[in-house]
Ligand binder design. Structure first.
Ligand code: 4AD
Ligand code: MG
Length: 427
């Protein structure tokens, strides 16, 4: 349908004709006048309806409209200082497309449980619409950055047969009588993809049966994963730094005012990000009185403390082998650590996990056996090391995690339209 968006009307001239289509937020009546606060995807505007412009039945119908009724309004632009935003629409014709039931469940003061149960309706709010706009822009900028830098989008399966990130968080399902799982990461398939396209990425959901309820874990999250042939640990860290810093700067320049309407303190982080090893990290933590036994992973609390000590984003590298999945390449100088990295961010901790992969067949086979997996399950993945194996590296970035940072969200469930957590799979 040919129509104007509400966002456009504020730059129009007095008397210009517009056709708006949207949803009634509120209707207030003042004698022979009605004031509709009308919403569409681009914002809100006040529509004034005069009784003498419409037939009496039409006037009364509009007066009685419930919140979220959908309408089409034709009218003209009035510049009026008293109207919100300095513009209102004087209606000449109002068509009610669908009158809303009077029991719209999202009202001021309803509990977060109700907002969650009615997520299919609560995403219409002004704040949620902004948040979803920012999310969509972020996804677009990540894709564009990668394509601009020579990466190809490579689509990976969701139904898989072997764990990438350990068995504890696998969702199992019955695949015509065989065991299958929902993917935890598309990494192994991207590793196959580099032999075809060299620089690949995917942006798709990963699934983790996370048993714990935290403010930064979802059971289904959107995962931006990148894999590059002929790349080492240092190369992949440089890539992670460049994409994150560039995309956040671009996001800020495009819609910084929208971001700051949700998180007034947002400013994009500047390159270079600090780089420390795991060993340096545990030394820094021990100076703060936090003792980490060498070989244990860092938890969310420790990550946040590290970020505070360093004063901004920080790469932690060279984790002990015991803390990482089997595919990470052991450091040739020091076999007990792997060429891995995490990128830690303020407010949320880890947003990226990545590193260099084992490219040698025998080493990979040994690591699979050491971890107690069966080599038959990884037979196709092992094949990649048989036919012209190359050094390669990659990473995975959690889209919702980075949104928690950008918007300073109290919980990751607000970073996605329909969150999946241990306690929620509806709506
Ligand atoms: O550190 P992770 O587990 O690494 C991998 O899956 C690698 N295979 C990625 C790769 O190298 N291609 O996950 C990567 C990122 C984390 O840093 C985090 O941002 C996000 O995915 N993530 C989650 N986000 C929300 N909820 C969860 N349960 C998450 N688990 C991981
Ligand atoms: Mg990780």
């Amino acid at each position: 349908m040919e129509k104007n968006y509400i966002g456009e009307v504020f730059s129009k001239n007095e008397g210009e004709k517009v056709k708006l289509a949207g949803w009634v937020h509120t209707v207030a009546s003042l004698g022979k006048l009605l004031f509709i606060n009308l919403r569409d995807s681009s914002g809100f505007v006040q529509v004034v309806v005069k009784k003498d412009k419409l037939d009496p039945a039409g006037f009364d119908e509009i007066k009685g409209l419930g919140r979220e009724s959908s309408v089409i309004v034709e009218g003209e632009v009035r510049r009026d200082k008293r109207a919100p935003g300095g513009v209102e629409i004087l209606a000449q014709k109002v068509v009610v497309v669908s009158a809303s039931n009077k029991d719209f469940p999202i009202r001021k003061g309803v509990s977060s449980k109700v907002l969650g149960d009615y997520r299919h309706l609560s995403i219409r709010s002004r704040k949620f619409s902004k948040l979803l706009l920012i999310r969509s822009e972020l996804l677009r900028l990540f894709r564009e950055w990668l394509i601009r830098n020579g990466f190809r989008e490579f689509s990976c399966p969701t139904l898989i047969t072997a764990a990438c990130e350990g068995g504890a968080t696998l969702f199992e399902l019955n695949y015509f009588g065989k065991k299958a799982y929902l993917t935890q990461s598309s990494q192994f398939y991207l590793e196959a993809g580099i032999f075809s396209l060299e620089k690949v990425f995917t942006l798709q959901p990963s699934f983790r049966a996370e048993k714990s309820k935290t403010r930064r874990h979802l059971t289904e999250f959107w995962h931006l994963e990148v894999e590059e042939a002929w790349c080492d640990l240092n190369g992949i860290i440089n890539l992670e730094e460049a994409i994150v810093a560039d995309v956040l700067r671009e996001l800020d320049s495009k819609i910084g005012h929208e971001i700051r309407s949700i998180n007034p303190n947002f400013s994009p982080p500047q390159k270079p990000f600090k780089r420390i090893t795991y060993d340096e990290a545990i030394t820094l933590l021990s100076r703060e009185g936090i003792q980490i036994e060498w070989g244990s992973d860092l938890g969310a609390d420790e990550e946040k403390i590290l970020v505070n000590i360093v004063g901004g984003p920080v790469f932690v590298t060279h984790f002990p082998k015991s803390t990482r999945a089997f595919y990470h390449k052991p450091d040739p100088q020091r076999n007990e650590v792997v060429l891995s990295n995490d990128l830690l961010f303020p407010k949320v901790g880890e947003i990226i996990g990545g590193g260099e992969r084992i490219s040698d067949y025998d080493v990979l086979l040994r690591r699979i056996k050491e971890e107690g997996y069966s080599p038959e399950d990884y037979s196709w993945y092992l094949d990649l090391r048989k036919y012209g194996s190359v050094p390669h590296a990659g990473f995975g970035l959690g889209i919702e995690r980075i949104l928690v940072y950008i918007l300073d969200l109290p919980n990751i469930k607000f970073a996605v339209p329909f969150p999946r957590t241990i306690s929620r799979i509806y709506p």
